[in-house]
Design a protein around this ligand. Structure first.
Ligand code: NAI
Length: 487
C-alpha cells in the first residue's frame, strides 16, 4: 500500500516501459479510443465499482483506463498465473499522472508467475473494496470476468457461507484437484476472518460481463441449474469477439508463443490440433501459414467437416499422436492429452495448450508418471521419460500464447474489449432490465464495434439503397443479418 492505494505487482520501476507500450497500444485500439471520445464526458460508469479478472496485459491496461475514463472505480487481477505483463501492471498502478512515490492509478493484484495460492489471493483482494464512507463493508457492484474464476469464487463463497461450512477435501475425493483445494483453503480463511463478507457484498453485484468461451459455458451451466446469483452478459459470443479474437487473435499469438518458447522451424513439421472451433481454426491457419502439415482432432462432425473442406486431415489424437511434432489443444474440454499419449510422442515433440484452463493436458499425471522435469527456461520444460525420449511442455499446460508470449495483439483486443465496455455500460445503466440469466449484446452494437474497426483499417463500406434494404428485409442502417445468421 502506498497512500490510499493497495496493490501487489512485481516491480513498479517497470512502469515507464509499460506506459510507452500502452501509448502504442492506444493507437492500435480504435474501439477503446472511440468509446472514450463518445462517453468520457457523460461518464456512464460513474458509481460503478468494477472488479476485473482478466489477463493483465498492455491491452488490458487500455481497457482498464477506458473504464476509468467512463467514470468507474476499478480493481484488477489476472485470470491466469502466467499471463501478466509486469510492466503493464506497474503502469496501471502508477496511473497516467502518478509517480512511484505517489501512485494514482488502479489497484492491481497480479504478477507473472504466481503460485496457485497467490493467484486466488489476488482474486480475493480484487473483490475486496475499501469500506464505504459510512464504514460498512463494500464489494464490487460490477464484475468483468475472463474464464469465470471471479464469478466462481463469489458463488462458492456465498454457497459455503450460507451452509456455514466449507467442505473438507482430501486427495481421495472424486472432485479433488490441487486448485479446488486451494480455493477451499482461501474460503475457509476468508470466512473465519469475516463470516458475513460474501453475503453482504454479493447482493450489490448488478452483473458480470464474461470474456471467453469457457467462462460463458460455466455461466450457462449455473443459469440452467438456477444458481446464477446475478445477470450476465456473454461477451464472447458477440460476433466481433469470438469470430475475431478467438480466431484471428490466435492466428497471430499461437506461433508467437511457440517461437518465443522454442524457436523451432514449423515449416514441414506435422502439427496435431485438437479442436476446430474458433480457436482451433485460428490455430490451424497459424501453423499451416508457417508450412506445417496440420491434422485436426474433432468431436463435432460439423467442425470436422469444416476442417476437411479447409484442406486438413482429420484424425483422432489416438491415431495421430505418434506422427506429430507439435501437439496443440484448443478444445476448452478436459483430458485431451494423457500421459499414455505423451509416452507415444516423438522425441522432443512440443506440447502446448491454448484453451482457457490447464486441464486439457494431464500435467498432474505427467508429474506422477516417472518422467523427470528439466526446466529449459521459465514456461518451457523438457520432460524426460524413463525410456529417454522427451516431450517439451509449454507454460505447464496453461494457455501458451499468454504464458510464452504476450497474448493477442492490440487491434483484435480492441474489438473484444469494445464489447466488454459496451456490456458494462448496458448492465450498469439499466440494472432493472435483466433477470439472473445470460444475455448477448444486440446485433446493432456488434455492428457498431465492427464499423469502428473497418473504418480504422481504411475499409470502405457499401451503403445499401432503401430499395435494396427493403428487398432483403433489413434496415439501411442495419442490423444487416437476422439473429440466426452464423457468419
Ligand atoms: P469452441 O467451442 O468454438 O471450440 C472448441 C471445439 O473443441 C469444439 O468444436 C468442440 O467440438 C471441440 N472439442 C471438444 N472436446 C473435444 C475433444 N475431446 N476432442 C476434440 N475436439 C473436441 O471454443 P473456442 O471459442 O474455440 O474456445 C476454445 C478454448 O479456448 C476455450 O477454453 C476458450 O475459453 C479458450 N480461448 C483462449 C484464448 C486464448 O487467447 N488463449 C482466446 C479465446 C478463447
Amino acid at each position: 500500500r502506498i497512500g490510499d492505494l493497495d496493490f501487489k505487482v512485481a516491480d513498479l520501476s517497470l512502469a515507464d516501459f509499460g506506459r510507452k507500450e500502452i501509448s502504442l497500444a492506444e493507437h492500435e485500439m480504435p474501439g477503446m479510443m472511440a468509446l472514450r471520445r463518445e462517453y468520457s464526458e457523460v461518464r456512464p460508469l460513474a458509481g460503478a465499482r468494477i472488479s476485473g479478472s482478466l489477463h493483465m496485459t498492455v491491452q488490458t491496461a487500455v481497457l482498464i483506463e477506458t473504464l476509468v475514463d467512463l467514470g468507474a472505480d476499478v480493481r484488477w487481477a489476472s485470470c491466469n498465473i502466467f499471463s501478466t505483463q509486469d510492466h503493464a501492471a506497474a503502469a496501471v498502478v502508477i496511473g497516467r499522472n502518478g509517480t512511484p512515490e505517489n501512485p494514482t492509478g488502479v489497484p492491481v493484484f497480479a504478477w507473472k508467475g504466481e503460485t496457485l495460492p497467490e493467484y486466488w489471493w489476488c482474486t480475493d483482494r480484487m473483490l475486496r473494496w475499501p469500506n464505504a464512507a459510512d464504514g460498512s463493508v463494500q464489494g464490487p457492484n460490477m464484475l468483468l470476468d475472463d474464464g469465470g474464476d471471479a464469478t466462481l469464487l463469489i458463488h462458492k463463497g456465498v454457497q459455503y457461507e450460507k451452509a456455514g461450512v466449507v467442505p473438507a477435501l482430501s486427495e481421495e475425493d472424486a472432485d479433488y484437484t490441487e486448485e479446488y483445494s486451494v480455493i477451499l483453503d482461501l474460503l475457509r480463511a476468508s470466512l473465519s476472518d469475516d463470516p458475513q463478507y460474501w453475503t453482504t457484498t454479493s447482493p450489490s453485484i448488478i452483473g458480470v460481463t464474461e470474456e471467453t468461451t469457457t467462462g460463458v459455458n460455466r455461466l450457462y451451466q449455473l443459469a440452467a441449474a438456477g444458481e446464477l446469483l446475478f445477470p450476465a452478459i456473454n461477451v464472447n459470443d458477440s460476433v466481433t469477439k469470438s469470430k475475431f479474437d478467438n480466431k484471428y487473435g490466435i492466428r497471430h499469438s499461437l506461433v508467437d508463443g511457440i517461437n518465443r518458447a522454442v524457436d523451432v522451424l514449423i515449416g514441414g513439421k506435422v502439427a496435431l490440433v485438437a479442436g476446430y472451433g474458433d480457436v482451433g481454426k485460428g490455430a490451424s491457419e497459424s501453423l499451416q501459414g508457417q508450412g506445417a502439415r496440420v491434422i485436426i482432432a474433432e468431436a463435432d462432425p460439423i467442425c470436422a467437416l469444416q476442417a476437411l473442406m479447409d484442406g486438413y486431415e482429420v484424425a483422432t489424437v489416438e491415431s495421430a499422436v505418434e506422427r506429430a511434432d507439435l501437439i496443440i489443444t484448443t478444445t476448452g474440454n478436459k483430458d485431451i492429452i494423457g500421459v499414455d499419449h505423451m509416452r507415444r510422442m516423438k522425441h522432443q515433440a512440443i506440447l502446448g495448450n491454448i484453451g482457457h484452463f490447464d486441464n486439457e493436458i494431464d500435467m498432474a499425471g505427467l508429474a506422477r508418471s516417472g518422467a523427470s522435469r528439466i526446466e529449459i527456461k521459465p514456461q518451457v520444460d523438457e520432460w524426460r521419460f524413463p525410456d529417454g525420449h522427451t516431450v517439451i511442455v509449454l507454460s505447464e499446460g496453461r494457455l501458451l500464447n499468454l504464458g510464452n508470449a504476450t497474448g493477442h495483439p492490440s487491434f483484435v483486443m480492441s474489438a473484444s474489449f469494445s464489447n466488454q465496455v459496451i456490456a458494462q455500460i448496458e448492465l450498469f445503466t439499466k440494472p432493472d432490465s435483466w433477470d439472473k440469466e445470460v444475455y448477448r449484446l444486440p446485433k446493432s452494437l456488434d455492428e457498431k464495434v465492427a464499423r469502428i474497426h473497418v473504418e480504422a483499417l481504411g475499409g470502405e463500406l457499401t451503403q445499401l439503397t432503401k430499395d435494396q434494404a427493403e428487398y432483403i428485409g433489413v434496415d439501411v442502417e442495419g442490423p444487416f443479418k437476422p439473429e440466426h445468421y452464423r457468419y
